[in-house]
Write a protein that binds this ligand. Structure first.
Ligand code: C2E
Ligand code: CA
Ligand code: CA
Ligand code: CA
Length: 278
């Protein structure tokens, strides 16, 4: 170890230091940003593929840091999850998203479902059900217009998760399993979970028009969902070839750059005017 170790160890050590420094920096900035309200939400349309009609939107959090610029969610959400900052941040997204959806409804646009991502950490929080109820009461959004997207990682504590999801669902909120197919044993546990929708992970959609295995997986999910009477939505639909396969296989809902990238509130409203039948 000694002969070849010196440099290797130092390199390793300083890499670790750099990594944790970046993390600490990010954590501090995240904390400040939550206090200062440096976040906003983009909304990505969800479509009925057979009618080419908008059916809802996913709320995606955005962080624009005054000096560091745009920081992508894949960078700061994991830090927020590790540090617990996802609790205040996630609560803000939920409140702001519900408020915005209600506002659009009051302006006379056809009512749409808003989907909000809920991290495992939030779902595991003992007061999550009360919190969601409180936000709905506060914003006066009816529960049928709210969907919560949770990932398969809720399986870590599936008993507790199922119980919480059941309570949320009894309130009239929809539950969707995000990134479906990427976790383990997706198929066997799904019948035990109270869910309305399976959101097929973008990785299967990416090559669905070129790869028989991906298409077979999507078809299997569609069959499973039909049997269990669950909705399916495909995420990451980027081109017409993918759309054609999805239509052929009977996948009715989709989301992706082919229809629209995530839009600011203002842009989304313009999209509504163009796309919703008013
Ligand atoms: P996700 O929930 O799977 O969200 C979908 C991601 O795919 C979004 O990335 C979206 O912009 C992107 N996307 C949409 N259509 C396409 C497409 O056609 N092609 C490709 N290549 N990508 C597409 P984004 O906004 O960067 O978010 C990344 C992840 O960060 C999300 O993945 C979600 O896990 C997390 N996230 C975002 N907002 C929130 C939030 O408010 N709360 C929590 N807990 N997580 C969030
Ligand atoms: Ca999602
Ligand atoms: Ca997803
Ligand atoms: Ca994803």
């Amino acid at each position: 170890v000694k002969e070849r170790g010196g440099n290797g160890y130092e390199l390793f050590h300083s890499e670790m230091e750099a990594k944790s420094l970046e993390r600490i920096l990010l954590e501090n900035e995240l904390r400040k940003a939550i206090q200062l309200g440096q976040f906003h939400i983009d909304y990505q349309p969800k479509m009925d593929l057979s009618k080419n009609k908008i059916i809802g939107m996913e709320a995606l959090v955005r962080w624009y840091h005054p000096e560091l610029g745009k920081i992508p969610p894949n960078k700061f959400i994991p830090v927020a999850e590790e540090t617990g900052l996802i609790l205040p941040l996630g609560e803000w997204v939920l409140r702001r998203g519900c408020m915005q959806n209600k506002e659009w409804q009051q302006k006379g646009y056809p009512p749409l479902m808003i989907s909000v991502n809920l991290s495992v950490r939030q779902l595991a929080h003992p007061y999550i059900v009360e919190k969601v109820r409180e936000i709905l009461e506060e914003t006066k959004l009816e529960p049928q217009w709210l969907e919560l997207e949770v990932t398969e990682s809720i399986l870590a504590d599936v008993g507790h998760a199922a119980d919480t999801l059941q309570q949320l669902r009894e309130m009239g909120i929809h539950i969707s399993i995000d990134d479906f197919g990427t976790g383990y044993s997706s198929f066997s546990y799904i019948k035990h979970l109270p869910v309305d929708t399976l959101k097929i992970d973008a990785s299967f959609i990416r090559d669905i028009h070129k790869n028989e295995e991906s298409q077979a997986i999507v078809q299997a999910v569609l069959t499973l969902a039909r049997t269990l009477d669950i909705n399916v939505i495909a995420e990451g639909v980027e081109n017409e070839e993918q759309l054609a396969v999805l239509n052929e296989d009977g996948c009715v809902q989709g989301q992706g750059f082919l229809f629209s990238k995530p839009l600011s509130g203002e842009e989304f409203e313009k999209y509504l005017i163009e796309f919703a039948e008013i």
